[in-house]
Ligand binder design. Sequence first.
Ligand code: UDP
Length: 248
Amino acid sequence: MVPSRLEILGCPLDRVTMAQTLDILRGYLKTDAFHLVVTIGSEMIVRAQTDHEFREAVCAAALVVPDSIGAVLAARYAGYPLRERVTGVELTQRMAQELGPALRVFLLGGAPGVAETAAHKLLSLGPGIHIAGTHDGYFKDDAEIVAKIKTSGANVLLVALGFPRQELWLTRHGAACGVQVGIGVGGTFDVLAGRVQRAPRVFQKLGLEWFYRLTLQPSRWRRMLALPKFALRVLSGGKQAVRPMASS
Ligand code: UDP
């Protein structure tokens, strides 16, 4: 049961903490159905304004957790404060630590070799966690990958292909993969594998993680243009921009 859901510029956002997210995932793992979990950020919400297939995928997700500071600030501004961010990196680490023995994880995405290194990191974090398999994110044949995941017996599929591809891939293929949980985790494998550094705590606390990433990867500047766009739309949208949805 998801505590309560907001709609930000037409995209759902569940007002969950990390602990609640882990509890919800525990519940999903006891079922036979596929559940898409989206770790949403401001850039994704801006993308969903014009990409209808992506928006539909996000709207149909079982759980949409607040990955970015933009989502947190927008909710707070509208009077629906969130307790904390639930980022893809932290969710992956905490899942390994707290749901370890219940997990059979398949890691899909990243440059060749990165998912394997990230898997080793998860093994060191989560006693009892089982790595069902890994594959890089530069493949052509979806059917081959789906078959590989299905035969691996995985129950959790982490997909790091960048948005919107990872959410669309999970929407199309998640159920056929036989997993109960599919999460789009963006650059998480790069962080776990030590290829990209997370911003120091002080940047995270000040809501400036995006700025730190920009200094490390200046090529991201074009993507960052979505942030002022997001802020303007939230600020100019009044009560319609961020509003509560019926609880699901
Ligand atoms: N990626 C991939 N296949 C592709 C394009 C990207 O596996 O065809 C991976 C890329 O290697 C990176 C991830 O997708 O690991 C996207 O990371 P990014 O930092 O863009 O994600 P964010 O966290 O910003 O959503």
